[in-house]
Structures are given as structure tokens and as C-alpha cells.
Write a protein that binds this ligand. Structure first.
Ligand code: HEC
Length: 448
């Protein structure tokens, strides 16, 4: 109700403002009306507003960003560079994809994690279009962005001390390939959109006929975003029943068609008719890889935020209190309390789901936090596998101690606040047992 009402009011005012500017720009009125209608659907969803408001509430850092820029990186990408320098490995360059295949292999990133996105937002912007989208690949540690025929591959790597660090790799064949750190990327990758820490970006937006992003249409996406608002600008492959989304729609005609028939772009399993897919190492933009990526991206940003808030709090005093809100947000997010439920089963288009789940770790009953549900929610057990990430492990000890205390209170049923009421006693027990069997750094009182 609220959503519809707010949308109506804002739609009227948007059309008015736009019609006013029409006098200045002399653009056909119909286009603006369509844009306004579409933007209404895009921007004004209540879930999107709440997520945007939450993200605005994290102030920027000055001191931490100075430290970031002055500190050497130590994540998986700088580790790979060390191995290259030492001659312990080399990157093969091949005609089709340059260094991409070798790079993914060295970084242990599955090609099936491929996501295709037509956003013109990167140093490779000129080459990106709906026919030649940017491909993203990822694992828990690192994301790799590739555009066919582009001069550089871009990377974003989780770093134990710094959050996320950005690199480029030239695609020109050379004896000594260099993964070059590039802090200029922070212009977009450390902003209110990433909780004001160096982080990962996931958006849903409207693509205009020329492939440019309709700037006003951007919505930040994580596992709380309704599916109907997700994947604008992305290709989406796989099956998802009657759930509608904004993927596979490029240009105003496609978007207008979707307004009338919300499933016209749904359940696509073959991209071959839409673009030259042979220019990419995988054939799809797997819906399960999309869902997992969106979950992970915001978890990563929250982990970094907790890291920075803790460091800053401890520098200016000995109380962790200023970091509590970020720790609480991380806890809620990692326990999926506001996750958007699935209303039909979801099935990916590749072996991504299998490969992803296989990694474990598992408890004595074979259960794992990486087990996917895909019927009513993303994961079988609502506690994020990012608890095994290097970013979690390298949180300052004080922050981890507080996180574990709160997590224990919730799982043990002592925290009865309505926020966590959605977690069933069975889920709480299962999560506790899995963590006890798979996490080495739990405080002793967990085991009593
Ligand atoms: C103009 C803003 C902007 C700049 C500058 C920018 N990016 Fe991004 N980047 C984005 C957005 C937005 C996304 C999300 C995917 C999309 O919408 O294209 C993204 C996604 C990525 C991803 C995939 C992981 C993720 O965050 O979703 C990588 C890797 C990446 N960028 C690397 C880089 C590197 C390396 C640089 C600097 C050389 C850089 N980016 C500069 C906006 C930017």
C-alpha cells in the first residue's frame, strides 16, 4: 500500500518537474513520461529507499583513507604478484581472452561465476554495451571484471587490513605481467554507495537505447532487495518461475514491453540469440551466481565498515561502543533477517551452484553454510558463509569478540528481540552446531 501511494505522489511530481524541463530541452514529452513511469518502478520501491537510507548513515573516514593509501596491500592479488615475481608461476596469454583464463585459474575463481552487466562504468566504458557487456567473475576473496578487446582487466581483492583493494592488469602480452594497484578506482568504490569504505558495488539500473545508464534509475542491491527491482542492466540466465525482474532489458522499447508483460524477459536460458557469447569464457549470467554475489558484496562492505569503525573507535579511546551499530548491522545481515524470500524455486544455468556448495566446510552431519536452498530462500541455513572469509578472520579481536557474544545470545535464545524473531529455533540450533564443528576461533563459552 505504502509503496503504491508513495509511488503515485512522486510520479506526479516527477512528471511535473520533467515537463518543466521539457520547455528547456525540447525533448519529446512521451519519452519523459515513459522514463518517469519506469523510474517510479525503479527508484521508489520502499525496500530500495530503506537500503539507500541505511547506507547514507555511515560517515566518511579521513584518517583511515590516508592509512589505506599509505599501506601495502596483502590480499590474494598481491600474493599472486609475489608468486609471479618469484617465478613460482606464470600467466599464460591466449588469443581469445588474453590473461583472463590464466588469471581466473591462479586466483581460483570459477568461470561459471560469470555475470554479464552492460553498465558503462569503468575505465573500459567505451567498449561496454548491451551487445558487449562487461563480465564479472568472483569468489569469496576477489572479483575480476573483463570486457572483450579492452586494454585492461580490472580486479577488486579483499585485503585483511585495508578492506578491498583495486588493481588493473594490462592485456598486452608481456614477459612480466603486473597487477597494478590503482586507488583512483575509489572515486566510485569508496562512496556512500559502499558505506564510505573501499568496497564492492552492485546496482540495478535502466539502460537507455545508446547503452548509457539512466543515472536517476540506479538502485543499490543486496539480498534485501525485492527480486522485481533487481538486475536492471544485467543479463540473467536460469529458471525462476513467476518471479519478475529487470534483467535482460535494454533500451526503452524493451522496458516498455516489460511494463505490460512483466515476465517477457524471464526464465531465459540461452543468450546466444542476444549477443556473441563466444567472446566470453562462459555461456551465461547465472541467476544463482547473481543472488550469491549480491549477498556477498554487502556482507563484504559491512565487514570492512566494522573493521574501520573499530580501528577508529580504538584509536580515539578504548571503547568499542562507536562500532556497535555497524556490528549490529553486520549481524542482522549475516543472519539474513531481512532477506527477500523466493516465491518460486530458482535454478541456475550453469554448474555454479554445485561448485559453490561443494567447498564447505561441513559438520559431522554433512551440513554447510554454503548449502543452497533456492526454494524459499537463498541458503539452507541463514548464517552467511562470509564468517569463514579472511575479512572476518582479520577483524580486530575486540570486534570479533563482541560479534560472537551477540551471535551467541541470539543463537542461544537469550536475545528475544523481535528483529531476530524470524530465526526459527531449528535454524538457530543448526547454525550453532555447524559453527561449533567448523569454526576454530569461537570463544570458550560456546563450547561449555
Ligand atoms: C565511475 C564509477 C566507477 C569507477 C571509477 C570504477 N568502477 Fe568498478 N564498478 C563500478 C560499478 C557501478 C560497478 C558495479 C557493476 C556495474 O554496475 O557495472 C563496478 C564493479 C566493479 C567490479 C566488480 C565487483 C563489484 O564491485 O561489483 C570490479 C572488479 C571493479 N569494478 C573494478 C574497478 C577498478 C579496478 C577500477 C579502477 C581501475 C574501477 N572499478 C573503477 C563503478 C566504477
Amino acid at each position: 500500500m505504502l509503496k503504491g501511494g508513495a509511488c503515485g505522489v512522486l510520479l506526479v511530481s516527477t512528471v511535473k518537474t520533467i515537463e518543466h524541463s521539457h520547455l528547456v530541452h525540447r525533448r519529446p514529452r512521451g519519452v519523459y513520461r515513459l522514463t518517469a513511469v519506469i523510474l517510479c518502478g525503479f527508484v521508489l520501491h520502499l525496500g530500495g529507499i530503506l537500503i539507500a537510507a541505511e547506507r547514507q548513515s555511515y560517515p566518511a573516514f579521513d584518517e583511515e583513507m590516508k592509512i589505506y593509501k599509505g599501506t601495502d596491500a596483502s590480499g590474494s592479488v598481491s600474493e599472486l604478484q609475489r608468486r609471479l615475481d618469484a617465478g613460482a608461476t606464470r600467466l599464460a596469454h591466449e588469443p581469445a581472452f588474453g590473461y583472463l583464463t590464466a588469471l581466473l585459474k591462479e586466483l581460483n575463481v570459477p568461470a561459471t561465476s560469470q555475470l554479464l552487466v552492460a553498465s558503462k562504468t569503468s575505465p573500459n566504458k567505451a567498449l561496454i554495451s548491451p551487445k558487449t557487456p562487461r563480465a564479472l567473475y568472483y569468489n569469496d576473496q576477489v572479483s575480476v571484471a573483463y570486457v572483450p578487446a579492452a586494454e585492461v582487466i580490472e580486479l577488486a581483492a579483499a585485503d585483511p587490513k585495508l578492506g578491498v583493494v583495486f588493481y588493473t592488469l594490462s592485456q598486452s602480452a608481456t614477459e612480466r605481467p603486473r597487477l597494478q594497484r590503482d586507488d583512483r578506482c575509489l572515486e566510485c568504490h569508496a562512496s556512500a554507495k559502499t558505506l564510505n569504505v573501499p568496497g564492492i558495488l552492485v546496482r540495478s539500473f535502466l539502460t537507455k537505447d545508446d547503452g548509457e545508464v539512466e543515472l536517476l534509475s540506479g538502485l543499490l542491491v543486496d539480498h534485501r532487495t525485492p527480486l522485481a527491482d533487481r538486475w536492471g542492466g544485467y543479463y540473467v540466465t536460469g529458471r525462476h518461475g513467476k518471479q519478475s525482474h529487470r534483467g535482460n532489458l535494454f533500451g526503452t522499447a524493451a522496458i516498455a514491453r516489460h511494463e505490460k508483460d512483466p515476465l517477457c524477459n524471464a526464465n531465459v536460458t540461452d543468450l546466444a540469440p542476444l549477443l556473441d557469447i563466444s567472446r566470453y569464457p562462459s555461456a551465461g549470467s547465472d541467476i544463482v551466481a547473481l543472488l550469491t554475489h549480491e549477498h556477498q558484496a554487502h556482507a563484504q562492505n559491512l565487514l570492512t565498515r566494522v573493521h574501520y569503525d573499530t580501528a577508529s573507535a580504538l584509536r580515539s579511546g578504548d571503547s568499542l561502543r562507536p562500532a556497535y551499530p555497524a556490528i549490529e548491522a553486520l549481524l542482522r545481515y549475516m543472519l539474513f533477517v531481512e532477506e527477500t524470500p523466493l516465491t518460486s524455486p530458482v535454478q541456475g544455468s550453469s554448474t555454479f551452484a554445485e561448485e559453490f556448495s561443494k567447498t564447505g566446510p561441513r559438520d559431522g552431519k554433512g551440513r554447510s553454510l554454503r548449502q543452497l536452498n533456492l526454494q524459499t530462500r537463498l541458503f539452507e541455513f541463514p548464517c552467511s558463509y562470509m564468517i569463514y572469509s579472511s575479512s572476518f578472520a582479520s577483524l580486530p579481536q575486540e570486534a570479533r569478540r563482541h560479534f560472537y557474544r551477540r551471535l551467541w545470545d541470539i543463537l542461544d535464545g537469550q536475545d528475544r528481540s523481535p528483529e531476530f524473531a524470524k530465526l526459527s529455533p531449528e535454524s538457530r540450533a543448526a547454525i550453532r552446531e555447524i559453527l561449533l564443528a567448523t569454526k576454530k576461533d569461537l570463544p570458550a563459552y560456546w563450547r561449555l
